[in-house]
Design a protein around this ligand. Sequence first.
Ligand SMILES: [Zn+2]
Length: 291
Amino acid sequence: MRQFIRLSFTVVILTVLGALPALAEDAAPVPVELSLSFDVLEPGQFGTVIVAGWDVASASGVFDGRPVYFHRAGESLVGLIAASLGIDPNNQFLDVEVTLSSGEALTYHLPVKIGWDAYGSQNITLPSSMGYLLDPALNDAETKLLQGIYSRNTPMRYWDGPLAMPVKDQITSPFGVFRVYNNSLTGRHTGQDIRAAKSTPVYASAPGIVVLAESLDIRGNTVIIDHGWGVFTSYCHFSEILVEPGQSVQTGDLLGMSGNTGRSAGPHLHWELAVAGTWVDPLVWNQPPIP
Ligand SMILES: [Zn+2]
């Protein structure tokens, strides 16, 4: 697949050059190469797009309806893309515009193969006293708030290497499952639930800047860290928050104490990872296709 893509671009580039009469006959072909870190992108997973070439000045893109930001890493530009949970598996394309130092722009329209949405479902019973937390309007408002944060792009990259577990214990509810609360479907599980008795210390998974530390309706007391390059982690249902917005944190710094606030059927940590504007599985970051 990767070789096929490179071959395709060679053809595209040569075609573009052939249409430019001003180029001298001995001009070197423009050496732009795009490569993807994956053959198939699963819903709730992310990958990298690398634009390589000595004459490349900048690049921008769109995938799954969201912008793709490129950042310089050595000789190349690197962009992160992610397939959202519930993405339409058909007719997905990555659009990239590469600008050369001359100002010339090259555009690419790449098919992206989307994998099977293989997540199961889970039934959860909430006491009637928490029934108001099943109001779709509450959920929609919180989703909108988080998507607004997760769609930001900080050019500085704070993370370096895999994410650390915020609490070292068992996963009690996996990422991606369809959630059925009190017999009605409310959406997808946007993180991993980790077993944590009330007041268990919760630690930062990677370096970054705290961008939210407050009480939310569904997620309860929540801390969100911006790791740069459009990567965020969130830690939810805290009994106590011990950081403030704007604070810089390192891997392993104490963020707060776990709890049962918000829409939670018992004390645990809900841990989220967002990449390129959508939720992805935080456990997958342990084998990241990051340059
Ligand atoms: Zn959860």
